[in-house]
Design a protein around this ligand. Structure first.
Ligand code: HEM
Length: 504
């Protein structure tokens, strides 16, 4: 017995020595300070995952603005000085931005690689996104979204009864329901069968989306979806609904999805289910951040009387200028791109709500060994290492945003009540001061649409409903840190609110 323990002891000690000799990276000359962490492979992942903001701040205090951490077998160089962000982005030729994104998408959604260099497709998906989510295409997308939002927010039965009863609901659930349905219909069109069948289908999709999205942080961290049986089934059902044969039966499918269907059919070797899964990736991208962003914008606007007053005045003026009148019997209201772009108060409210709730991780992989030249010095980076920005550090920096944890609805307004674009750190004007949508080559292609749809939602809520928080001085719910790195963090708990149709 003692011999067996002795042998195991020796084997274990040998493994530890081998790990210490070969498994731990040693910092070379010119490289940033290094944190290997104590756990093989995971490195610092547990500490980082528990509270990324605190973890990064602690390392910033220990090492300065640039440091390297081992996370899940990868070496990640964090650049934490916002004055250096633009310098990082100047090194584009050394970065592979696709590798990480495409691998994560394939793993999470279950399709083969969409990277043209892997040979499954020749579509440049980024070009497709820009063509169909921005410029001219944005007009029809926003127009359809406004129609769909009103289809949901003023359904015929509600208008007929002109119900003056208060309805109480969780605000997050409300935003989830309304934005999911309107967003789904806007991208994937309307079912040509009955209205009832359509509503049932959307509700089923909503449930499946929630199940799948719940495990998304684990999938992004590399766990296989088969570990999560319910989420796996939910993903497969969502994808079923997005098969081309089903999409062909829908009306008013967006340009984005129509073009992607065509390119999938002509340029890829994907089978039918894989094609559907590439559409599922777009559904996720279009909803996962927009829903919590909508909640925070509405919640902050409603709980802040000055913000609500300024927003109401701005919306009423815009409607008047556009020559439109709100009524339950008449046509749905419509504001065009220019009119929507000219709402600096709503813009500022949304920006401030996103500043406080966003925790995205901007990632690039080094294509080769190179030297990264920053404001604070130059650093040698090895091939396949990751360069990461974590803009929440900047969004909550008191140097840039005084009293950073307080919601100030007019933080992004200048003295003329126009959009403010000058922010400083250490007396130096910042090129990058607001980054919930990422940056550079990987910046969110749907960002313009996202802001328009949140604005449209706020406009309709202000115009059609009286809204009150059930508990008028309710505390701001904490952010769900389990999703840090993915974008806008949802609230940890829901907030009850009351709404009823205005008497018009
Ligand atoms: C408030 C809402 C939104 C936020 C905060 C947001 C944020 C982001 C972020 C941080 C990224 C990754 C950037 C990076 O890796 O550096 C991203 C990617 C993406 N977003 Fe958004 N997004 C939002 C809404 C939307 C909407 C409405 C759409 C489409 C209709 C959309 C489509 C996409 C797509 C397709 C990508 C992947 C781009 C690629 O990998 O090439 N997003 N978004």
């Amino acid at each position: 017995m003692i011999t067996i323990f002795l042998i195991w002891g020796i084997v274990l000690t040998m493994c530890c020595y081998l790990w210490l000799i070969f498994g731990i990276r040693r910092r070379r000359m010119g490289e940033p300070p290094l944190e290997n962490g104590l756990i093989p492979y995971l490195g610092c992942a547990l500490k980082f995952g528990a509270n990324p903001l605190e973890f990064l701040r602690a390392n910033q205090r220990k090492h300065g603005h640039v440091f390297t951490c081992k996370l899940m077998g990868k070496y990640v160089h964090f650049i934490t000085n916002s004055l250096s962000y633009h310098k990082v982005l100047c090194h584009g030729k050394y970065f592979d931005w696709k590798k990480f994104h495409f691998t994560t998408s394939a793993k999470a959604f279950g399709h083969r690689s969409i990277d043209p260099s892997d040979g499954n497709t020749t579509e440049n998906i980024n070009d497709t996104f820009i063509k169909t989510l921005q410029g001219h295409a944005l007009n029809s997308l926003t127009e359809t979204m406004m129609e769909n939002l009103q289809l949901i927010l003023r359904p015929p039965f509600l208008l007929k009864s002109k119900s003056t009863e208060w309805v109480t609901e969780g605000m997050y659930s409300f935003c989830y329901r309304v934005m999911f349905e309107a967003g789904y219909l806007t991208l994937f069109g309307r079912d040509l069968t009955s209205q009832d069948a359509q509503s049932a289908l959307i509700l089923e999709n909503l449930d499946n989306f929630k199940q799948f999205d719940k495990v998304f942080p684990a999938l992004a961290a590399g766990l296989p979806i088969h570990v999560f049986k319910t989420a796996f089934q939910a993903r497969e059902k969502l994808a079923e609904g997005l098969r081309h044969e089903n999409l062909h039966r829908r009306d008013q499918v967006s340009e984005l999805i129509r073009l992607r269907m065509f390119l999938n059919d002509t340029l890829s070797t994907f089978d039918d289910l894989e094609k559907a899964k590439t559409h599922l990736a777009i559904l996720w991208a279009s909803q996962a951040n927009t829903i919590p962003a909508t909640f925070w914008s509405l919640f902050q606007m409603i709980r802040n009387p000055e913000a609500r007053k300024a927003a109401t005045e701005e919306v009423n003026t815009a409607l008047e200028k556009a020559g439109q009148r709100i009524s339950f019997e008449g046509d749905p209201i419509y504001l065009n791109q220019m009119q929507l772009n000219d709402l600096p108060v709503l813009d500022s409210i949304i920006k401030e709500a996103l500043r406080l709730s966003s925790a995205s991780l901007n990632i690039r992989t080094a294509k080769e060994d190179f030297t990264l030249h920053l404001e604070e010095g130059s650093y040698n980076i090895r091939k396949d290492d990751i360069i990461a920005l974590y803009p929440q550090l900047m969004h909550l920096d008191p140097e840039i945003y005084p009293d950073p944890l307080t919601f100030k609805y007019d933080r992004y307004l200048d003295e003329n009540r126009k959009t403010k674009t000058t922010f400083y750190s250490n007396g130096v004007k910042l090129k990058y001061y607001y980054m919930p949508f990422g940056s550079g080559a990987t910046i969110c292609p749907g960002r313009l649409f996202a802001v328009q749809e949140i604005k449209q939602f706020l406009i309709l809520m202000l115009l059609y409903f009286e809204i009150e928080l059930v508990e008028s001085h309710v505390k701001c719910p904490p952010l769900d840190q389990s999703r840090a790195g993915l974008g806008i963090l949802p609230p940890l708990n829901d907030i009850d609110f009351k709404y009823k149709l205005k008497y018009l």
